[in-house]
Design a protein around this ligand. Structure first.
Ligand code: ACO
Length: 440
């Protein structure tokens, strides 16, 4: 099979003396892959790659990352430039369309975000029927799946108007997230406002109250924009691959995103940001004795891992964690918050960066390591941290889902396996099995 990235180079594969020639594909940043699409048909073999350590599931023009060099870019723009110079809404547009919006495009996209900010009033009753301590990620995933019942028109021809499709979700998920928090506090809901920017609107829905109006702080709004941009996409990670896989069965966008939210919930993925702060709190409560945690992480007989360290792809610094660390200092400074967890986090980082165990395994702080400390400073409780991650990742999920729908080579995602169960065997009739049981 030939596509536009197929080179004139080939890889030679020899199986039991028989030679096969496999095409080599090269991406725009020089990443190389052996195209095995015809492998099973030509050789009878499949490849086995548990955890997809070496498997490319698609070609994509959205996000590039080089884990060895610590590089991340969206649509060709470096994450550092985007985080410094753009708003989250601009980056969402960039991910979806491949270019930064013109003034008119930005105005229209923002207008749609405002227009679609409400959720159907009947959905608000859903919140009343979750148990009081329901996990916000479970609520979010259920509510997003339910959107398909309230806004079914998008499910029929989802690509008809990508801006409508995307802004509906991006705007409503923000409202659902804020309402989830308000309901968990037993506080009155604060509805979205047309005159506020995306992030300011979210903060206002979260923290405004009839008895204490929320004062929007521009520095906090800027920090939130930055964090959401850093989370906006990360190529084929666990939740994004889930969105693509579920969507490949041609289910509607809401159901695909709801599945992605469930994947993100996992403590090895997006759930790590909450787990980091819980770990730092535990360390603080044990008089700052982080060495015990480091020792446990290094002990091969202990399953404990230092949360917020390590990454499947980055074997160098995660560029996002550097930006978040700097933002963390800025926000705490602006809000005049002194958080002992930040001091513990910095000490932990310092010690691990000089520890052979972590050096040998290329374990550096990841994006989740400092984000929770910013959220705490803003007033967002730890059980909402992964919801914040989902809010940020939404434009990336939608862009990846759209790219998959648009792909002329689209196929339903269906990996194979190597069966290791019992060989085919005859079934013993029920009567005989009963007889054997009574004999024993
Ligand atoms: N603490 C201590 N040791 C670790 C850690 C850690 N956080 N992460 C990996 N290791 C060790 C492993 O024990 C293993 O050691 P070994 O070779 O002696 O057996 C080695 O490093 C390689 O680990 P793998 O599990 O093979 O790495 P993998 O790429 O599969 O896992 C993962 C990546 C899941 C992120 C892992 O580093 C981890 O569990 N980190 C903690 C959870 C976390 O922070 N997750 C958030 C990731 S970022 C995100 O999803 C947005």
């Amino acid at each position: 099979m030939i596509d536009k990235f197929t080179t004139d180079k080939t890889a030679e594969l020899v199986i039991e003396g028989q030679k096969y020639s496999l095409p080599i594909i090269e991406g725009s940043e020089g990443e190389k892959a052996i195209d095995i699409r015809n492998l099973r048909q030509d050789t009878g073999y499949i490849t086995l790659d548990k955890g997809y350590m070496n498997t490319g599931s698609c070609t994509s023009g959205i996000t590039y990352l080089d884990g060895a060099k610590g590089i991340l870019s969206y649509r060709g723009y470096s994450i550092e430039d985007l985080a410094e110079n753009c708003s989250f809404v601009e980056v969402a547009y960039l991910l979806l369309h491949g270019h930064l919006p013109t003034d008119d495009e930005y105005q229209h996209f923002s207008y749609l975000l405002g227009r679609f900010a409400l959720i159907h009033e009947d959905m608000i009753h859903f919140f009343d029927h979750f148990p009081p301590n329901a996990a916000p990620m479970a609520i979010l995933s259920s509510m997003v799946n339910s959107l398909s019942n309230f806004y079914p028109e998008m499910t029929e021809n989802p690509l008809e108007d990508i801006d409508i499709m995307a802004t509906r979700l991006i705007s409503k998920v923000r409202t659902i997230a804020a309402f989830t928090y308000k309901k968990s506090m037993g506080s009155p809901l604060v509805y979205p406002r047309h005159d506020l920017s995306y992030c300011a609107n979210f903060l206002n829905m979260m923290f405004d109250s009839p008895v204490k109006p929320y004062a929007i702080n521009d520095d906090v709004v800027r920090a939130l924009n930055k964090i959401l941009i850093l989370h906006a996409d990360h190529e084929q990670n666990c939740s994004t691959s889930t969105v693509r896989l579920v969507g490949s069965a041609r289910v509607n966008l809401y159901a695909s995103i709801s599945a992605g939210i469930s994947a993100l919930w996992g403590p090895l993925h997006g759930g790590a940001n909450q787990a980091v702060v819980e770990m730092l709190e535990d360390i603080y409560e044990s008089d700052g004795d982080y060495q015990n945690y480091i020792n446990r992480a290094k002990d091969p007989s202990d399953p404990f891992r230092l949360v917020g360290f390590g990454h499947r792809v980055y074997k160098s610094h995660d560029p996002r964690s550097r930006i978040i660390k700097a933002a963390c200092d800025e926000v705490l400074d602006t809000l005049k918050v002194s958080d002992p967890l930040l001091d513990i986090a910095k000490e932990l980082e310092e010690v691990t960066l000089n520890d052979e165990f972590f050096i040998e395994r290329n374990l550096y702080p990841n994006v989740d390591f400092y984000s929770g400390i910013i959220y705490r400073a803003i007033g967002i409780p730890s059980n909402m941290f992964t919801v914040m991650f989902a809010l940020g990742r939404l434009p990336g999920w939608i862009a990846q889902w759209k790219e998959m729908w648009d792909d002329p080579d689209w196929r339903i995602g269906r990996p194979r396996q190597i069966y290791i169960g019992p060989k085919r065997r005859p079934l013993t009739p029920k009567e005989e099995r009963k007889k054997r049981e009574s004999d024993t």
